[in-house]
Ligand binder design. Structure first.
Ligand SMILES: *[C@@H]1O[C@H](CO)[C@@H](O)[C@H](O)[C@H]1NC(C)=O
Ligand SMILES: *[C@@H]1O[C@H](CO)[C@@H](O)[C@H](O)[C@H]1NC(C)=O
Ligand SMILES: *[C@@H]1O[C@H](CO)[C@@H](O)[C@H](O)[C@H]1NC(C)=O
Ligand SMILES: *[C@@H]1O[C@H](CO)[C@@H](O)[C@H](O)[C@H]1NC(C)=O
Ligand SMILES: *[C@@H]1O[C@H](CO)[C@@H](O)[C@H](O)[C@H]1NC(C)=O
Length: 230
């Protein structure tokens, strides 16, 4: 799983969130408002329905008009994930993936402060989820979502935004269009071959020891203490 930002000011998206930058902070004004989207994919081609985190005080059902019924949404002051929202996401993930004792699930995520709380750890243990957290140095090389899916998804999203703004003669989309335009892009992008190629590019499945070795060598150069994360 991984979080990413999608903006209402899509034309400036590249400036707002360069590739590989993990914690782009939502901004407002000329460049638009960023909504966080949390996605998860499996090596076998499964997509966990995404969660939206809108930057605002109160949830409004109009925000998710046009979204698929299995997608979920919440709000936060920052528009970014926090510890309690991550717990909500985990519950959603668990109810969709249904890990069992005989079929535990390995969840690969970034080593981000909001991902590592005692409550998250307890929830994961209780539901047969094992976690592998990737250090920031590894994530751009080993996070399947970043390697194949998110770039196509954002390209498709920007295209939907452009169609919408041209067609409706508006300068930019509002927060109320984000969900629907995202869903159109998501429906067009989220296919099985994208997840399989993401895990292959990461070297996670099928396991590619050469890719792991490259990642480790680069990490060890950057980070003298790697004993806590991969
Ligand atoms: C996370 O954000 C929500 C919504 O803004 C807030 O209600 C909650 O207290 C926050 N939780 C933490 C741990 O910061
Ligand atoms: C553009 O607007 C027209 C008329 O409202 C609508 O029929 C058409 O589906 C729209 N196209 C797109 C790509 O949104
Ligand atoms: C997306 O696909 C789902 C089926 O997977 C469909 O029910 C929904 O209407 C589609 N939404 C859009 C906006 O294309
Ligand atoms: C999956 O989607 C991509 C576009 O993101 C497309 O290029 C590719 O052909 C699709 N693959 C299948 C099997 O539909
Ligand atoms: C590296 O991490 C280990 C495990 O947390 C810790 O015991 C050790 O003191 C750390 N070493 C350095 C040099 O920070």
């Amino acid at each position: 799983m991984d979080e990413t930002g999608i903006s209402t000011g899509q034309k400036n998206y590249k400036i707002l969130a360069p590739k590989g930058l993990k914690q782009e902070k939502p901004t407002s004004g000329e460049r638009g408002v960023t909504t966080t989207v949390v996605c998860a994919i499996s090596a076998s081609g499964i997509y966990v329905p995404p969660m939206f985190i809108f930057k605002r005080k109160r949830m409004n059902q109009l925000l998710i008009k046009g979204c698929n019924s299995d997608m979920i949404a919440t709000v936060s002051d920052s528009g970014w994930i926090n510890e309690s929202i991550f717990l909500d996401y985990l519950r959603h993930f668990i109810s969709f993936v249904k890990p069992r004792k005989e079929e535990p699930v390995l969840l690969i995520l970034d080593n981000h402060e909001n991902h590592i709380s005692l409550r998250a750890y307890e929830l994961l243990r209780k539901h047969n989820l094992q976690v592998l957290s990737l250090s920031a140095h590894l994530s751009h090389k080993m996070q399947p979502l970043d390697l194949t899916f998110y770039s196509s998804l954002k390209m498709a999203y920007n295209k939907e935004c452009e169609l919408y703004t041209v067609n409706n003669s508006v300068k930019r989309i509002s927060q109320y269009e984000v969900g629907e335009l995202f869903t159109k892009a998501y429906n067009k992008t989220a296919n099985i071959s994208k997840t399989i190629s993401g895990f292959r590019a990461a070297g996670i499945h099928p396991i590619d020891p050469d890719k792991f070795r490259d990642s480790f060598e680069n990490t060890i150069l950057d980070n003298s203490n790697t004993s806590q994360t991969l």
